[in-house]
Design a protein around this ligand. Structure first.
Ligand SMILES: NC(=O)CCC(=O)C(=O)O
Length: 276
């Protein structure tokens, strides 16, 4: 987990990300994840100003090189994706294999439009478009579902990943300082417990000077719902060893995935039905 302090300068962020990824690779990490909005501050204006084409932009090319040089799987947090002909951008996570090849692209599906009077107002949809596609990356270890931050509140998405054979779900995410203390652990544990997957959520470090002050606390939760690794609010890296046999153990002891009453209710995927 790369819990980096995101600055206003893209190059500084890319250099910092590279140093932290290298540190983790040197310590033996097989897979590294960056946080949501790792190459620019998480504000609508900054997101639009820093948007790049994928895969031809600087950030995607840089991450591909870093994954290849360090021979790690890299889940590229998220960064703003420019699309020709669209004024708004996507909040996108690109994943790479050990050779630096792109193995997945996920566009944040649920947009964070909230108004908590006296505390916090944010309208992601003013400048960002919501994606419509799931993203499963097929690694040498297991299948991993990718989603971004606010998506974690929507149980159905996690359940679709579990139904499609994922043993892990990774959410690069930057929860607010207002919602995180009450909800972060709860939603991560909830998604892990009901999907019986490992859940990892990777946040930037807290930056009190930023317009968007995040909760941080990057975490890994086991399929039983226990927090197996959690960082505090400070910048840093953290490694967690994951035992995929434990996924099968939990699923055989408590087979909630099998007990779902698909004859009564069912989660289905509607193709491109959610364009707003
Ligand atoms: N980056 C986000 O989507 C923020 C989500 C958040 O803070 C929440 O409480 O949900």
């Amino acid at each position: 987990m790369v819990q980096m302090k995101v600055t206003k300068d893209k190059m500084t962020n890319l250099i910092q990300a590279e140093q932290m990824i290298k540190r983790l690779a040197d310590q033996g990490a097989d897979m590294v994840s960056l946080p949501e909005s790792f190459n620019c501050p998480y504000t609508g204006r900054s997101f639009q100003a820093n948007s790049e084409m994928i895969p031809d932009g600087l950030t995607t090319k840089t991450l591909s090189r870093i994954a290849k040089e360090n021979e790690v799987y890299l889940i590229g947090g998220s960064y703003p994706e420019k699309v020709i002909g669209q004024k708004k951008v996507y909040n996108t996570c690109v994943s790479f294999d050990r050779k630096g090849e792109v193995i997945g692209k996920y566009r944040k599906m649920h947009l964070f439009d909230v108004d908590i009077p006296g505390k916090y107002t944010f309208k992601e949809s003013d400048r960002i478009l919501g994606g419509n596609e799931l993203c499963i990356i097929d690694t040498e270890f297991c299948k991993i579902g990718i989603a971004i931050c606010y998506d974690v509140r929507f149980a159905e998405l996690g359940q679709m990943y579990a139904e499609r054979g994922c043993d892990m779900i990774v959410y690069p995410g930057t929860f607010t300082i207002f919602t995180g203390p009450s909800h972060w652990d709860l939603v991560l544990k909830g998604r892990a417990m009901e999907t019986e997957c490992y859940v990892a959520a990777i946040s930037p470090a807290r930056n009190e000077q930023s317009k968007f002050v995040c909760y941080a606390h990057s975490s890994v939760v086991s399929p039983w719902g226990d927090i197996v690794k959690q960082m505090d609010e400070k910048p840093g890296t953290s490694i967690c060893e994951i035992d995929l046999n434990y996924v099968q153990e939990v699923r055989s002891k408590l087979p909630v995935l099998k007990h779902r009453r698909n004859d009564v209710y069912k989660i289905i995927k509607l193709n491109n039905s959610n364009k707003k």
